[in-house]
Design a protein around this ligand. Structure first.
Ligand SMILES: NC(=O)c1ccc[n+]([C@@H]2O[C@H](COP(=O)([O-])OP(=O)(O)OC[C@H]3O[C@@H](n4cnc5c(N)ncnc54)[C@H](O)[C@@H]3O)[C@@H](O)[C@H]2O)c1
Length: 314
């Protein structure tokens, strides 16, 4: 039987590629993209689209009923760097959209939910290397506090109301199709664009700031694999640690220099340095590997080759 899926916040960095992959996999007509704004041509023309505010419960419910939606992927959110500028707007968007989707599942109007968490759930007191699934958290950013609270609510809805909600803590994501939307790891996308356009990049993090990162193709694969896994295999209903590679601005620069030897980066840390300093350098994702066979395909050098090759062709 064909299932119908609704993506909220489909026009963003992850939503765009996720929507297109879900359409390839399950058929375009069954995958309804939605956002408060229109998206790229490839997204808008490849299947149904609705202008939809993820904070409006009734509006989401109408679309769910109209298309007989089974599963919702909630990608609408305000990201870490922007959320520090608009704390209350970030809290309202990140929490209300989650409650809307969890409540639709509680009311049995949908059967499955995907909601992404982030490495931002960790904080300055968290052990930095190979950070465990369950450890000291104490997030110190508005965004991290909203993700931490969101994780608690996901687990609560699973335990109390039998809501089938699934989640991963994405690291910083690198993609060439869509620009990032106001996060602290945005530099790792901008640097490839600037390397090709100017041969020069001014980085807003210091050269030694090592953070967990992932190529978008791996992130999309993880998301869909988790959603397709049998429920009984899943032991974590807050959010799974998810890792693939970790690197610093200096290391990504060196990786680009293998292709563009004259490329130069300078480092002028801004307010995002403090956010990055509160996050882990690498994460232990053994639960995801054990429960649903998570295994990434891309490392830093293969990501660099893919990014430069594809961006050259645009
Ligand atoms: N990109 C990353 O590196 C990263 C890392 C960790 C977690 N995440 C999480 O993944 C999810 C998606 O992130 P992204 O990078 O694609 O973000 P993004 O900012 O690129 O996209 C978010 C989308 O949500 C839309 N949106 C904003 N307010 C809305 C509303 N009220 N109703 C409907 N849509 C609305 C925006 O127009 C945008 O298209 C978020 O929950 C984010 O916290 C992302």
């Amino acid at each position: 039987m064909q299932k119908s899926i609704l993506i909220l916040g489909a026009c963003g960095q992850i939503g765009t590629e996720l929507t297109i992959e879900l359409r390839n996999k399950f058929g375009s007509d069954n995958i309804v993209a939605s956002d408060i704004r229109e998206g790229s041509e490839s997204l808008m023309q490849s299947g149904p689209f609705e202008l939809l505010d993820a904070t409006n419960y009734e509006a989401i419910e109408d679309v769910v009923m109209h298309y007989e939606i089974d599963e919702v992927y909630l990608m609408a959110a305000m990201l870490s760097a922007t959320a520090e500028k608009f704390p209350m707007r970030a809290w309202n968007l990140n929490m209300n959209s989650l409650f809307n989707v969890l409540n639709l599942a509680k009311e049995k109007k949908i059967s499955k939910v995907f909601w992404p968490s982030s490495i931002a759930v960790f904080g300055p007191n968290t052990p930095k290397e190979n950070t465990g699934q369950s450890t000291i958290m104490e997030p110190s950013t508005v965004y991290g506090i909203s993700k931490q609270a969101g994780e608690r609510w996901c687990e609560y809805y699973f335990k109390k109301f039998d809501v089938d909600v699934r989640s991963v803590r994405y690291p910083g994501l690198i993609s060439w199709k869509t620009m990032p939307g106001g996060g602290t790891t945005d530099y790792a996308v901008e640097i490839y664009h600037q390397a090709l356009e100017k041969g020069l990049y001014e980085c807003f993090l210091s050269e030694e700031t090592k953070l967990p990162m992932m190529y978008m193709e791996d992130a999309i694969k993880a998301t869909i694999n988790l959603m397709e896994s049998p429920a009984e295999n899943l032991t974590i209903r807050s959010s799974y640690n998810l890792g693939s590679m970790s690197f610093s601005p200096k290391e990504i620069t060196q990786s680009i220099q293998k292709h563009i030897p004259n490329f130069k980066a300078t480092y002028v840390p801004d307010f995002r340095q403090q956010i990055a300093d509160s996050w882990p350098s690498s994460v232990d994702d053994s639960d995801a590997r054990k429960d649903w066979n998570w295994k990434p395909n891309f490392d830093l050098n293969s990501t660099t080759a893919e990014m430069l090759d594809n961006l050259k062709g645009i």
